[in-house]
Design a protein. Structure first.
Length: 451
């Protein structure tokens, strides 16, 4: 769903209230002007009930209050801005200057995906600042739609230098000469865009980027865009992770040959062109099989788990390295080999509140990553448990030296069940995937220096 189609200028307002309840009341009143059958009182109670049990503050001065109810329409958006700031009941939360309220019908199936898309968009500091600082509500609306990529707003791209033009031409020649099926562009190299008009449309062009559409039209020049939240800064790990995501989404297939082009992030300078045989790159992981993901695992759930694991590997927790294990899919089988080490912190919550696709789950998962044991996650994203012990199993499996019990458990559980396991190493921060007992490093080990 394109988010810009859900945004209406009439439901963007300057907030007069200074507390969340007052702000939500104002926004519901604006919605009721357009939808006369909207029952604002029960919606307000539902919104405030969620506020009391789980913060909707995302950071950067943005809150995303949301509730599901019987609406008769899929979604209703309202956006409020407060220069003074909206107070939260929680003393720990900063004041919100931008409140994005989402009302969703109880039958909306892509509810969590919409929440995640909004949360991803407002994690861009430049966009958030531009919305808060817009002189008028009309200006806020224009900037928001441009940020969503819905308007034909064109930035003037930086002029591409001679080396970039040469690399782009050579990538086209390499792709044609090597009979490649697609050209994979690591897009975060660029600060001003890339002109791929000289590439033949017969070869699919795929952009891989951390950034949300900025309205510049740059994304529109590619056949496919893989928006990722987090990748390793290491070059080879970036390519491998991008290919993995493209495979799970069906953008490429195992028999494809890819021409990959990239450079140092943010440098606006291309410096590398290479050819990757997908099947050869992943042949040890597949072990003669063609299904990378278990049947019950949604690609977006797999991507979210990889993103969270990568962030933990890079950032740790409160400045300290963290090791953890995610067991994804095949839950009925996995349950036979696990038992709780601690009281399950996710027990009793609604499925949507403990779904890893829910953007408000990020900090919760990261917080519980310090608990010994594994996260067990259903294929649709629902976190079944944390702190689960994977019981020892007699499996003939040899791991490289230096890998500990967490990796051994991941290898074992992935051999005896139809799950996929993802490990973050406490000592190196490396993220490793296991499928059918075979390991695939997704990021490189950190280089630890002593000072």
């Amino acid at each position: 769903m394109r988010l810009e189609k859900l945004i209406a200028r009439s439901r963007i307002l300057e907030l007069q209230a200074t507390d969340m309840k007052g702000a939500l009341s104002e926004m519901l009143a604006v919605c009721a002007h357009r939808f006369e059958d909207l029952k604002t009182e029960p919606l307000l109670r539902g919104l405030m009930a969620r506020e009391s049990t789980m913060t909707t503050y995302l950071g950067l001065g943005v809150s995303l209050p949301h509730v599901r109810a019987r609406l008769g329409r899929r979604y209703i958006f309202a956006i409020g801005r407060s220069r003074e700031g909206i107070r939260h009941d929680s003393s720990e939360a900063e004041s919100s200057h931008l409140v994005i309220m989402l009302l969703a019908d109880e039958k909306s199936r892509d509810y969590l995906q919409v929440l995640a898309a909004i949360a991803r968009l407002v994690k861009e500091p430049e966009l958030v600042n531009s919305l808060v600082e817009a002189e008028t509500v009309e200006g806020l609306f224009d900037r928001l739609i441009a940020g969503l990529g819905g308007m034909n707003v064109r930035r003037i791209p930086q002029k591409q230098n001679k080396i970039n033009r040469l690399m782009i031409r050579e990538a086209a020649r390499v792709a044609k000469g090597a009979d490649c099926d697609a050209i994979l562009v690591m897009g975060d190299t660029f600060v001003g865009g890339i002109d791929v008009s000289m590439w033949t449309p017969k070869i699919k062009s795929v952009l891989v980027t951390n950034n949300a559409p900025d309205g510049s039209g740059i994304f529109d020049t590619f056949a496919e865009v893989i928006h990722v939240r987090s990748f390793s800064p290491q070059r080879l790990a970036q390519v491998r992770s991008a290919i993995l995501v493209a495979l799970t989404r069906g953008i490429i297939v195992f028999t494809d040959r890819l021409c990959c082009i990239g450079g140092v992030q943010g440098s606006n300078q291309l410096d590398t062109v290479g050819v990757v045989e997908v099947e050869r790159e992943f042949q040890t992981l597949l072990t003669g099989q063609a299904d990378l993901l278990p049947d019950d695992v949604k690609p977006e759930v797999f991507e979210r788990v990889i993103a969270v694991a990568t962030e933990l590997g890079v950032e740790g927790r409160e400045g300290k390295p963290v090791g953890c294990l995610f067991v994804l899919g095949g839950t009925a089988q996995v349950d036979k080999y696990t038992k709780p080490l601690v009281l399950n912190p996710f027990y009793g919550y609604k499925d949507e509140d403990r779904n890893i696709l829910n953007p408000f789950m990020d900090e919760t998962v990261k917080e519980f990553s310090t608990i010994d044991g594994a996260f067990v996650i259903r294929g649709d994203g629902v976190v079944i448990s944390a702190g689960s012990l994977i019981e020892t199993m007699d499996t003939e499996h040899l791991l490289p030296s230096g890998l500990g019990s967490r990796h051994a458990a991941a290898a074992a559980i992935s051999m005896v069940t139809r799950c996929i396991a993802v490990v973050v190493s406490a000592s190196t921060g490396q993220v490793t995937l296991f499928r059918r007992g075979v390991m695939l490093p997704l990021t490189e080990k950190k280089v630890i220096t002593e000072g």
